[in-house]
Design a protein around this ligand. Structure first.
Ligand code: ZN
Length: 421
């Protein structure tokens, strides 16, 4: 019988203590200095039915196991468009210009093809869910939505796909806003938009309030590209907080990027973090694209690197996830929908320590929380048997060898053809 047909199986592995929950009958297990605990996992019909610590005199595992990850912010509709639409100056303005040209040439087939390629890669690398923004409100919007909704149905049960309508804020006051909200209601989608320093004043306030009212009326969550900038610190988040004071909503609101918050003085940042916490805002940090685009000048290497102030926001109690953002499109020429590669790249930029609970959460439990997924990613009895296994015994092994892993989906190992190359 082939491995894929086994309904029950087990493995021994090192598991981060912060992603492990043991039954009360088990003793508190020993762990390495990096917080890795030797554990035996057993699963049956796609569910973990036994999670127990290994005794110290039992064999030492030769692999590190993590739950399948979540990427809380991607752009499937424009993935892999760099080659035809490069942004050779690497500027924000250049990316937007190339993106708008690319948008004109979209067809359902084209978006379907690159979205499928992206999801194959994401699935094989160990992702279980992604949230993708879709350029909406322009000529390529309808074909992009058709393609992404096909992909959402096609991948259901293997990889969850949340869709966000990334539209100019003015769109949410237009005649099409209501029908878009209805479409989002049918597919569990979110309202989105961009709030950057070029946008302020009474018009934008009205647009923002219209978006919030529409979201609340339909019970739809919101995810905004906000303060993706290296100037005008936190202007967008402050504007959003003011709008929420006037038009409070019950739906979850996510601030993607939040980069310019890092330019606030410490005390002001703390006060803002507390206001964000009170307003129940959550944040998705996107350090790779921020490092690529922001503070770019033609003749200098930037020394200031604005990115979401993750630790400071966490201290205020704000939930923060780290996500990938763009992959091989005008906004970012790199990326590959690989969560371990993202982690290896993001750690030096953010200085998050994966052996600390709050260092690991943005890649795991917080990302699942931002998406409102039923499983937080903690390995416990009754959790899905959805794992990534990397050969090694330390975090250093995981991050250095991140290109090679086995992926378990609902208790079955993916064939090696899915493995990342
Ligand atoms: Zn984005």
């Amino acid at each position: 019988m082939s491995e894929a047909l086994h309904q029950s199986d087990s493995l021994q592995a090192w598991i981060p203590r912060g992603l492990l929950e043991l039954s009360h009958q088990h003793r508190v297990p020993a762990c390495t200095l990096e917080g890795l605990t030797p554990v035996q996992l057993h699963w049956h019909e796609g569910v973990l039915d036994d999670v127990r610590p290994l005794d110290e005199d039992q064999s030492s595992p030769e692999q590190v196991v993590l739950p399948r990850f979540v990427d809380a912010h991607v752009h499937l509709d424009k993935a892999f468009t760099w080659q035809d639409h490069p942004n050779l100056l690497g500027t924000y303005e250049g990316a937007l210009k190339a993106n708008l040209v690319e948008h004109q040439s979209r067809s359902t087939e084209v978006v379907l093809s690159r979205g499928e390629r992206a999801l194959q890669q994401a699935f094989g690398c160990g992702l279980r869910a992604v949230r993708s923004h879709i350029d909406s409100g322009g000529p390529g919007a309808e074909s992009s939505w058709e393609a992404l909704q096909v992909l959402q149905r096609r991948w259901r049960g293997r990889l969850g796909l949340q869709l966000v309508a990334l539209a100019p804020l003015a769109f949410w006051m237009s005649a099409e806003a209501e029908s878009m909200a209805e479409r989002l209601s049918t597919c569990g989608g979110l309202l989105g938009g961009v709030l950057d320093p070029s946008m302020s004043g009474p018009d934008v306030d009205q647009q923002l309030k219209a978006l919030l009212r529409l979201a609340d009326r339909h019970g739809l969550a919101v995810d905004l590209h906000i303060d993706e900038a290296d100037h005008a610190p936190a202007q967008g988040v402050k504007q959003l907080l003011r709008a929420l004071q006037i038009s409070p909503v019950a739906v979850p609101i996510t601030c993607s990027h939040a980069s310019s918050l890092a330019l606030l003085p410490q005390a002001a940042l703390q006060r803002l973090g507390e206001r964000m916490m009170s307003a129940n805002l959550q944040v998705i940090a996107l350090p790779l694209t921020n490092a690529w685009l922001l503070e770019r000048r033609s003749d200098i290497t930037p020394l200031k690197r604005p990115q979401a102030p993750i630790r400071q926001l966490q201290r205020s109690g704000v939930r923060v996830a780290v996500a990938g953002d763009n992959v091989a499109d005008p906004w970012f020429p790199c990326g590959d929908f690989d969560p371990l590669s993202l982690m290896a790249s993001a750690i030096p930029l953010t200085q998050l320590l994966p052996w600390q609970r709050l260092g690991l959460a943005p890649f795991t439990t917080a990302a699942a929380g931002v998406l409102g997924l039923p499983w937080d990613g903690v390995l416990r009895r009754g959790a899905p048997a959805d794992l990534m296994a990397v050969k090694g015994t330390s975090w250093s092994d995981v991050l250095r060898r991140s290109s090679s892993r086995r992926v378990l989906v609902q208790g079955q190992w993916l064939p090696s053809t899915f493995a990342t190359t």
